[in-house]
Design a protein. Structure first.
Length: 223
């Protein structure tokens, strides 16, 4: 399957302009301008064709959309060990927030016991988008029955001036306020987070339909 040829068939110049503004650190020359549903379709066709292993070994990719397709393919791998291997192979090449954010391997939900050690390692990575991906996986997978208060401390310990990493920390804490309010609110009452993250997390929580009106009213007083 010729991925670049498939991308050329469905590229959209107007969408390219839009995408280039979302990822200003990526050269416009390296963006086709292909919408996410088309990227997922291409990824699925590639995965079903069994040709995906060749593509996954073609790192680094030149184009933004190739990295997105790569992660979408990985998210469909059903064997946990194979999936983890491919995730770890790709993460050092992730160079923008959409590639870090759009794919979630389905097999992760069935292997929380084995996944956690990888997440902790990713979160502590000096590579911004590896750390961002780790925090997102902790948010997606461990704010439910497998939650532990120590996870809040782990994310709060991340110190960075990078906008995209700070946004991810704020997103994590806003989601934690929605799902684990009692354990999370102390971080705001005692102002344990950096001021920018503190305010951004409250802003996102106030915008969330998952946070009760009563909790929102209290959060407004903690700004």
């Amino acid at each position: 399957m010729d991925i670049r040829n498939e991308l050329l068939k469905v590229k959209d110049e107007k969408y390219k302009e839009f995408q280039s503004k979302l990822v200003p650190n990526i050269s416009k020359e390296n963006i086709f301008g292909v919408r996410t549903p088309e990227l997922r379709r291409i990824a699925k066709e590639l995965f079903v064709s069994k040709e995906y292993k060749t593509f996954l070994n073609e790192l680094p990719h030149k184009y933004y959309e190739e990295n997105l397709i790569h992660f979408f393919v990985i998210s469909m791998i059903k064997d946990f060990d194979e999936c983890i291997k491919e995730v770890e192979k790709l993460l050092p090449y992730v160079d923008c927030w959409p590639v870090s954010d759009q794919a979630t391997p389905k097999v992760f939900k069935k292997h929380h016991d084995k996944l956690l050690s990888y997440i902790k390692k990713w979160i502590k990575s000096k590579h911004i988008y590896t750390s961002r991906f780790g925090i997102r996986m902790l948010m997606n997978e461990y704010l439910g029955d497998d939650f532990k208060p120590e996870y809040l401390k782990l994310v709060a310990s991340i110190k960075s001036d990078d906008y995209y990493l700070k946004m991810m920390v704020a997103w994590y804490f806003a989601t934690a306020l929605a799902k684990r309010y009692d354990e999370t609110i102390i971080y705001f009452e005692e102002h344990r987070l950096d001021d920018w993250i503190h305010k951004k997390a409250i802003q996102k929580a106030l915008e969330s339909y998952r946070v009760s009106n009563e909790h929102k009213e209290y959060l407004r007083n903690l700004k």
